[in-house]
Design a protein around this ligand. Structure first.
Ligand code: 2P0
Length: 345
């Protein structure tokens, strides 16, 4: 039996991924490109054991065995189904996967991005050791992780920092070309963002039930009447404006656009039929508090927890105002971080 370990960071999008191109849904090709920060201190650590034999998967997440009937298991099975399209030999092994989220409980973060990037990297590493695969380059690894969960593609680049995931279908012909062109890469390393802090504010209660991203985004593509207008606006206007702001280190502008992109995304969720409402009263209180601040931005994913960016010199004040809303125990301050690495077994 061969065992490999990988530790992979999570990421938070400034410009969101929300929807797969209907023609390439099976390949997890996004309708638009997205941009994210890799986050320091929040990782998934995945241990993968591989043994020859007819394909069989066992999966432990945070110490608990995941049953074959659970949705988390479906995602893992689906990943192996997809990669065996390209790498047939993937069916010739038994896999034991144990993944631990190394997230402070205060973060409220549950990330398929960190988990699937770690699993994809571990798979590639194991198969290279078994001489079934050459060493894949970063771009190929990002494509591989994308097949597990779209946002996982953004956690793969080894330099972390600010990452762009290209949607890939603009100049491509065949399906294989589209897949190869839809990968993520680092644009700026973490040190470029020295003056910035990242603060999590957890507002989610454990009982809250939410629409899963995969199902939610499918409903949005299907039912939001101006979905493709939003996609076009973000791809052609907001994303280039964001990259321009980052290039010029114009953090005020970057914060402004980040807030706008988060609001646009949640407006799309709201206008889905039936509506998908991820934000709660505390989330909207955070929006009202941070919105007027030029030196800070909030962003919300498929849940009510906030991720807030702030200039480091104002970060303490911003964190205090978040504590007043979510409680002292429910914030966690960190920064833009680096990429994945090998983990101790
Ligand atoms: C993002 N999210 O850009 C957006 C914003 C959630 C809100 O990527 O179906 O778990 O596995 O590709 O990657 C969450 O979607 O969905 C996500 P699949 P994924 O971070």
């Amino acid at each position: 039996m061969l065992a490999v370990g990988v530790e992979s960071p999570t990421n938070i999008a400034l410009i969101k991924y929300w929807g797969k191109h209907p023609k390439y849904e099976h390949l997890l090709i996004p309708t638009k490109s997205s941009i994210s920060f890799t986050i320091a201190g929040l990782h998934a650590k995945t241990l993968l054991k591989v043994e020859s034999g007819k394909r069989e998967i066992t999966f432990h997440l945070n110490g608990k065995k995941i049953k074959e009937t659970q949705s988390e298991f479906d995602y893992v099975r689906d990943f192996f189904d997809k990669i065996s399209g390209t790498y047939k030999f993937a069916n010739d092994y038994r896999y034991e996967i144990s993944s631990e989220n190394d997230f402070p409980t205060a973060s409220g973060f549950a990330s398929s991005a960190a988990g699937f990037s770690a699993l994809a990297l571990a798979f590639a590493k194991a198969m290279a050791k078994l001489d079934r695969l050459p060493e894949l380059n970063e771009r190929q690894l990002s494509v591989l992780a994308r097949l597990g969960s779209g946002s996982a593609a953004r956690s793969v680049p080894s330099r972390g920092g600010l990452v762009i995931w290209h949607r890939g279908f603009d100049n491509a012909g065949s399906e294989a070309e589209v897949s190869d062109l839809s990968y993520a890469e680092t644009l700026y390393e973490p040190s470029y963002f020295d003056g910035l802090s990242v603060i999590y504010a957890k507002v989610e209660s454990e009982r809250e039930k939410k629409t899963k991203s995969r199902a939610g985004m499918r409903e949005s593509v299907r039912s939001v009447y101006d979905y493709w207008q939003w996609v076009d606006y973000e791809e052609k206007t907001l994303l280039p404006a964001m990259l321009n702001a980052v290039r010029e280190k114009d953090w005020v502008q970057m914060f402004k656009l980040t807030k706008q992109a988060s609001n646009n995304f949640h407006a799309v969720c709201w206008r889905t039929d039936p509506p998908i409402i991820y934000l709660n009263d505390k989330s909207t209180e955070i929006i009202s508090t941070i919105q007027p601040l030029a030196y800070a931005a909030y962003t919300f994913d498929a849940g009510p927890n906030a991720v807030v960016f702030a200039l480091r010199r104002q970060a303490e004040d911003v964190e205090e105002s978040l504590k007043a809303i979510v409680g002292k125990e429910n914030t966690y301050r960190t920064e833009v971080g680096g990429g994945p690495k090998d983990a101790e077994l």
